[in-house]
Design a protein around this ligand. Structure first.
Ligand SMILES: C[S@@+](CC[C@H](N)C(=O)[O-])C[C@H]1O[C@@H](n2cnc3c(N)ncnc32)[C@H](O)[C@@H]1O
Length: 189
């Protein structure tokens, strides 16, 4: 998880990112690999309910404190492995959101299958990924930031991995200055 300061500088409008990928009022949303809750808080302000899932219990506690400070109570915090998503939630969701984590998944096709199993018919899965640009070019607060250059994924590699699960690309969005979003749809039943 990035250190505080530059993360906030890089994401001054997290709610705008969520709107761009299609998170809407009334949805049941899973924030997968939720980290310290920077996006979770904004999702909770839009959605009906949120489940924040992270493998790191300490990160979930930071996220819990963040939401408590804003008196936002429509979020459950679940510690667990993203591959086991279907076992971590009680039922399927309208939307699974995953920011800044898909590049680090060892078996992305497996993860995509797990996400598909946790989505309602017609539900959506969005990844927000660093563009495949050299790390020295992605500067925030004066320093190169983000994952190593060789870990970064092109939109095409992301799409291939996720579509292998049966989810279908719905749209691609630019997320300035250094990210893109891929949004996939679970076919209707
Ligand atoms: C770079 S942080 C991104 C956090 C958040 N999504 C954001 O964009 O602000 C990546 C997060 O993924 C979590 N993570 C890594 N592997 C995971 C796994 N197998 N299952 C669940 N969470 C995982 C890490 O603990 C970390 O909090």
């Amino acid at each position: 998880m990035p250190t505080a300061g530059w993360w906030e500088a890089l994401w001054p409008d997290p709610a705008g990112v969520l709107a761009a990928v299609g998170i809407k009022p009334g949805m049941e949303v899973i924030d997968l690999c939720s980290g310290d809750g920077w996006f979770t808080l904004q999702i909770a302000k839009i959605a009906r309910d949120v489940i924040a899932i992270d493998i790191d219990f300490n990160m979930l506690e930071v996220a819990r404190d963040r939401l408590n400070e804003s008196s936002v109570a429509n979020c459950d915090f679940v510690a667990g492995d993203a591959y086991e998503l279907a076992k971590l939630v009680a039922g399927p969701a309208d939307f699974v959101f995953m920011a800044n984590a898909f590049h680090g998944v060892p078996d992305r096709a497996r993860l995509a299958r797990a996400v598909r199993a946790a989505l309602k018919p017609g539900g959506h899965f969005a990844t927000v990924n660093w563009h495949q640009r050299p790390r020295e070019e992605t500067i925030a607060l004066g320093e190169p930031r983000g994952p190593k250059t060789e870990l970064r994924l092109s939109p095409q590699r992301t799409i291939e991995a996720v579509e292998s699960s049966g989810l279908k690309l719905a749209h691609l969005v630019e997320v300035q200055p250094y990210h893109y979003g891929t949004v996939f749809r679970q076919p209707p039943a």
